[in-house]
Design a protein around this ligand. Sequence first.
Ligand code: HEC
Ligand code: HEC
Length: 372
Amino acid sequence: VRRFDIRLQVIQVLNAFGVAAGATLAAGSPAAASSHPAERLADTGLYADFATRTIAPANLPFSPQYPLWTDGAAKRRWISLPKGAWIDATDPDVWVFPVGTRVWKEFSFDGQPVETRYMERLDDGEWSYATYRWAANDRGEIDASLAPWKGVKAAAASSTGVRHDLPSVYDCRSCHEGQPARILGVSALQLSPDRDPLAPHQQAPEPGSVDLADLVARGLVRGLPVELLRTPPRVPSVTPEARAAMGYLHGNCSNCHNPRGPLAELGMSLEVSARAAAALVNAGDTVLTAVGNGAHYRPSGSDSSLRIVAGDPEASLLVRRMASRDALLQMPPLGTRRVDEDALALVQYWIRNATPRTDKTSAAASLKPRKP
Ligand code: HEC
Ligand code: HEC
């Protein structure tokens, strides 16, 4: 019964986004609004020359150290800020992007692009979301054109054998509007020069990629607390596996599971705060909301009802939900068809061997390696 209570509440929360989108629709569909994205990717400003796929030099490549798992897709990303504008990083956990910010993310399998997602901050401060599907056009040329806002199921082959879905605009919003910054991979921790060598699925950054230090040096990020400049942010942990596991959860889960978005009332944060990563606050405060604490519902067939049971991954519901692709159970709830086996193994290892303590003590003590 509880299961459906919380589901209902959550669906109401998520619908708040959908209702907003629906309102625009009633007023003549997102297509009719001035916010309507270009019909072709080539017209969004990503390329200096589309024919040769040359990226315009004003679009800076970047590479978050803890990428989102999308069934093994390879990704490239670029950001462009309007001339003279900068990102306000005064709150290191909620960066404010200037109106006119544009960001692209290209997904490919086996070297073939399948979609390029696009976000733009509009004059009214809202974000527009679109994705462009790579396919042969009427003339047989490969082009990337605006996908329907409902998305496209099974749009392309992937390297893992399952078809790849293009998300709907509702899906974009479910993931990107679960926290106030909206942009997820351009952040202090994600672009820290102190990159995590164990981060699952990390790709070597594109040549010319910008990191936190570059953005600050170019004046494109301002107001960042000086501690984060002196010591590049890093997941506080005592073992390399704990660092990578918490970083993974931050990158893949904290866009919904954080203390300030619509799901805050669940009382479970998987965010690694940039303040914690710079040792400004106690690191244990966030991820420990999952350790030793009861979940809102216990899936049938499970003896345990705890989110994370220190030392016991099998009893941890967080693991159970990462390992599932049942529509009601799976985490994340959308965006993938396959379990991320590498990340699952890492998180299981972390829970088994680096027992997180539930009393909120120092950052170092919060993840204590178990005696062999
Ligand atoms: C399952 C959650 C999820 C869905 C659905 C999703 N995104 Fe994202 N997106 C992310 C995360 C997490 C990142 C940052 C990590 C990364 O890039 O690997 C990201 C990164 C991006 C970026 C690069 C800027 C940034 O935030 O770092 C763009 C642009 C983007 N997404 C656009 C879209 C659009 C447009 C859609 C819908 C068509 C969409 N996304 C759907 C989770 C999602
Ligand atoms: C798009 C938003 C979204 C993302 C991303 C997401 N979740 Fe969730 N998660 C939810 C919602 C909504 C619920 C509450 C409803 C439910 O339990 O299914 C939830 C519930 C949970 C719960 C149960 C909490 C409780 O108290 O019962 C766990 C554990 C969980 N998520 C783990 C994860 C993990 C691990 C990831 C990343 C690998 C993740 N989630 C990514 C939306 C998300």
